[in-house]
Design a protein around this ligand. Structure first.
Ligand code: 5RP
Length: 231
């Protein structure tokens, strides 16, 4: 079993939570891409759902899959969002944003009655923080924003550098919203809620990748099968 086949298995299991007529948030990343492809197969078989994508990449994938699409402006309340995650802790707090779509992902998740995360078992952790925490920031005043982000992490017991995310070509990575991403290298985040509050209070921070209290179900695919975690 490859990690990618496990991602597809988790995505396939998430289809069991989809009902006809649902308004669905469509996540971003390689696992969410599997879900969009599999959902597209169901749609072509007659399932009627409406999708709101969390990125331009997912919009393109969903359109190609034949899924009827909307925006949050036209469809402000969603029934369910299915998305991937970079890390998932036992209380279903998660880190997202490895693909750079955290801002739209969080807005869509917050507009949804339920959020399901789908992942291979490598994403399951006892404590968040090994994965660098993405923090989306405006380009203006990047240097002081970076210092304030690092100070916020230090103040809650998890000091670490904030690195500007770059593309493979070495350019600054720019999100769909025209912002930059600082990846906070913390190792462990003992107090996620305290860190989330500190980061949200930094001028220049648009959003951070800590999704706390948003996920109600995690579908984790591993070598020994699929496990479903609820809160
Ligand atoms: C994108 C995300 C992704 O859901 C997260 O990075 C997981 O990606 P993948 O499914 O490719 O492992 O948050 O912003």
């Amino acid at each position: 079993m490859t990690p990618d086949s496990l991602k597809r298995e988790a995505a396939a299991r998430a289809l069991d939570f989809v009902e006809p007529g649902m308004r669905l948030g469509l996540g971003t990343g390689s696992t969410a891409k599997h879900f969009v492809e599999l959902l597209g197969e169901r749609v072509r078989g007659g399932l009627d759902v409406l999708g709101v994508p969390t990125s331009e990449a997912t919009r393109a994938d969903a359109a190609a899959a034949g899924i009827r699409l909307s925006t949050l402006d036209d469809t402000p309340a969603l029934d369910l969002t299915v998305d991937g995650a970079d890390e998932i802790a036992p209380d279903l707090s998660v880190i997202k944003g490895g693909g750079g779509a955290l801002l739209r992902e969080k807005i869509v998740a917050a507009a949804s009655a339920r959020m399901i995360v789908i992942a291979d078992e490598s994403k399951w952790v006892e404590m968040l923080g090994r994965f660098p925490l993405p923090v989306e920031v405006v380009p203006f005043g990047l240097a002081p924003t970076r210092l304030a982000v690092e100070a916020a992490a230090e103040a809650v017991g998890c000091p670490g550098p904030a690195r500007l995310r770059r593309t493979r070509e070495g350019h600054a990575f720019v999100t769909d919203g025209g912002h930059l991403i600082l990846d906070l290298m913390l190792g462990r985040i003992p107090q996620p809620a305290a860190l989330a509050a500190r980061l949200a209070a930094v001028p220049g921070v648009v959003e951070h990748g800590l999704f706390l209290g948003l996920v109600s179900v995690a579908i984790i695919a591993g070598a020994s099968g699929i496990r479903i975690e609820n809160v």
